[in-house]
Design a protein around this ligand. Structure first.
Ligand code: SF4
Ligand code: SF4
Length: 400
């Protein structure tokens, strides 16, 4: 079921983009100003950059409201018109702060949030929605998500009689939200299946330079007329730190790793909007400048980046494909995860991320340091990787 927004609000949202000259059929906007794209078939124009309200600045245990609202307003002033929150973000405080930031802006902003649990009964699901409306202090949510939906939850719980889908359609008919959406962390195949149900107006999913598994599902969603929102365009922080290797992917280089990461996501024509969890004005300014490029990457640049990524993927596979045939290790070493951390460092130059991943393995007694060199794993590796030597090198490189 496709529900159109109430006429006055649609008129305002369309007028905002039209008055700024953003009227071309798909991506459009003057160079140097925020670009806008079609939000699927809704008729709405959405800013290429969306504000993810999951990393609002904190003061101790609580959101630093003044700083958060200043940051959000800066994004609004620079043309961001999609605001994405969720029940649990920022210790349950995100929606309340977003609600405060929306005062005076409500009619210009597409407001999105997520119901945390689709497996509950209709009444419980509805209660959460009502609580979120109160927290956001709005009469209606524009884009309402099932948070972290997976295929089995959809089949076994959400669509059962008396389940959340019944509550969702009733609430939608009553005008408590306009568009039904889902955010997603399941398999790429499950994404296509959920898109093909035809139940949803848009999807929010992971996609970035280093993880392109959802590309087919994203293309399918776009083809079906759905809006596509990308979370994690900088790989959940992986691409947040400088990496000369990543910056060199672009012929002529790029200003920073997050910049090339965001440009890559936005250069996919099937993407409506990339969400960024922004916690200060500087980050907003940088991301808005990137989302204000009329052409995030030229066709030649995108092809060059894709070719180099393919080279890097092959190089990483020379070191380890992640097949897990060598597992389990009798001493608890997680061999593929150690090599994945090492590859993040030697192939992609992501030092901080690699060191963090390695520390996590060490805390679980699964890092290369726990290898007793028993040799059981090596004959099982189809890549003939000298596992013991490579683990030694991993420990030497990332262990300290
Ligand atoms: S050689 Fe090391 S990693 Fe391989 S099985 Fe033995 S202890 Fe585990
Ligand atoms: S068997 Fe070889 S390629 Fe496969 S995960 Fe183990 S080390 Fe990597």
């Amino acid at each position: 079921m496709l529900v159109v927004p109430d006429a006055p609000r649609l008129a305002v949202l369309l007028a905002v983009t039209s008055s700024q000259g953003f009227c071309a059929p798909d991506c459009s906007g003057r160079e140097g100003e925020m670009q806008y794209r079609n939000f699927g078939k809704t008729g709405l124009r959405i800013s290429a950059l969306g504000f993810g309200a999951m990393r609002l600045p904190m003061k101790g245990e609580h959101v630093d409201e003044d700083k958060a609202i200043e940051t959000i307003h800066r994004a609004f002033e620079l043309g961001v018109n999609y605001m994405d929150s969720a029940y649990f973000y920022n210790n349950h405080e995100s929606e309340v702060v977003v609600g405060k930031a929306l005062k005076g802006w409500r009619d210009k902003i597409i407001v999105s949030t997520k119901n945390p649990d689709g497996s509950v009964d209709a009444a419980t699901w509805r209660k959460v929605l009502e609580e979120q409306l109160r927290k956001l202090d709005v009469d209606k949510i524009d884009v309402y998500h099932f948070h972290g939906l997976n295929w089995s939850e959809f089949e076994d719980h959400i669509t059962r009689p008396g389940g959340a889908m019944e509550a969702a359609r009733k609430a939608q008919d009553e005008g408590l939200f306009t568009y039904l959406s889902f955010s997603f962390h399941d398999s790429p195949e499950a994404l296509v299946k959920l898109v093909d149900t035809g139940e949803f107006t848009s999807v929010t999913c992971q996609y970035n330079l280093l993880d392109r598994a959802n590309e087919p599902g994203i293309a399918r969603a776009h083809e079906k007329g759905m809006g596509v929102l990308i979370m994690g365009p900088v790989g959940g922080g992986r691409l947040g730190a400088p990496s000369p290797e990543i910056q060199k992917l672009l012929p002529g280089g790029s200003k920073s790793t997050p910049e090339i990461a965001l440009r890559f996501v936005l250069s996919n024509p099937n993407v409506s909007c990339a969400l960024s969890g922004m916690s200060d004005v500087k980050m907003v300014d940088e991301n808005c400048a990137t989302a204000s490029r009329e052409e995030p990457l030229s066709a030649v640049e995108r092809a060059a980046v894709l070719a180099q990524l393919e080279e890097k993927r092959k190089l990483a596979e020379l070191y380890c494909t992640g097949c897990e045939y060598c597992m389990p290790c009798p001493h608890g070493v997680d061999i593929p995860k150690n090599f994945s951390a090492m590859n993040a460092y030697r192939v992609y130059g992501l030092k901080d991320h690699a060191a963090r991943r390695y520390r996590e393995l060490a805390e679980k007694n699964a890092s290369a340091a726990f290898c007793e060199e028993c040799g059981q794993c090596e004959p099982k590796c189809p890549q003939k990787i000298p596992i013991i030597d490579q683990l030694n090198e991993t420990e030497k490189t990332l262990g300290s």
